[in-house]
Design a protein around this ligand. Sequence first.
Ligand code: NDP
Ligand code: OXD
Length: 312
Amino acid sequence: MLLLHLSDVDEASWAKRFAEALAPYPVVRRGDQFDPAEVRYIFVWKPKPDAFEGLTGLRAVLSLGAGVDALLKHPKLPDAPIVRFVDEDLSQRMSDYVVAHVTMHHRGFSKFQADQKARRWDQYYPPAASETAVGIMGMGVLGQDAARRLKPLGFAVRSWSRTPKSIDGVEAFTGPEQFDEFLSGTDVLVCLLPLTPETTGILNRETFGKLRRGRLLGGPVIINAARGGHQREAEIVAALADGTLGAASLDVFETEPLPQDSPLWNIPNCFITPHVAAISNEASGVRYFSGIIKGHEAGEPLINVVDRGRGY
Ligand code: NDP
Ligand code: OXD
């Protein structure tokens, strides 16, 4: 039996699709009549504190989110394996966001926007893409896809990850010992890390101060599409004000929704989106997780299982 426990999304619609994809396998929602001991899989997004109560026969927790930081903090999280969402459609959507914001900053969008407002004709020519280094923190599913899509546009792509990576045409850096070297050649810093104790607050003033200066007009740029916990927002505000950063694109925030009184709203070279960089699409999500359930029921091992020790 599959139990759905989704908040902030259309649970009924997901349930209907799952029932069609898995029939005759039983699919239930909170409020339905069922024996919790018969639930083998629970599909969750922002599960409530009682979400896992009575689920004694659980084989896997299926996470609608690619990021599992919040799920791992659930006080009653059972011991079952956690399978996270990994999907081509999700990667494509995230890369769309990253490519759009990298190219926007590379082409001096904030300068020309300010010039237009001031009716100022100032012919600034951005550097060539090949002279602009995009440093991606996190070379997992999403980071690798973004790197693959940025390369053909001509950008110099660098990566930083926990373990060594070898990706064609990407200059790779690994671990805390190579972090400063990674930053020192980076003009646009993209965060696609999972939120863990090691990565919390990594987008801070000290990090910004180590980025390469002199290549992009106004200073280096940060793009965070991972988690708000990665960024120190007060330090971003200060860095944008004093020119340590030339611009920022933020899709995620320390508190979501971003509070009305956040100073970030009013900064012209800070580009805010409301955690929409990549949404888990219903059709592909149902296809992916139904495949996982069917495969596991047929004796296949689970895929994309979260390593609780690493935190992602
Ligand atoms: P993956 O688990 O596939 O990749 C994570 C990458 O981060 C890996 O390369 C990993 O290194 C690296 N990493 C982890 N810890 C460290 C560390 N301490 N130092 C250096 N590198 C580290 O994750 P995804 O690519 O699938 O997703 C990344 C994040 O994107 C998610 O966790 C989620 O928070 C966010 N997200 C945001 C969305 C949005 O709409 N804004 C939508 C979807 C996801 P290694 O390869 O060596 O293990
Ligand atoms: C995710 C997200 O982690 O939407 O999938 O943020």
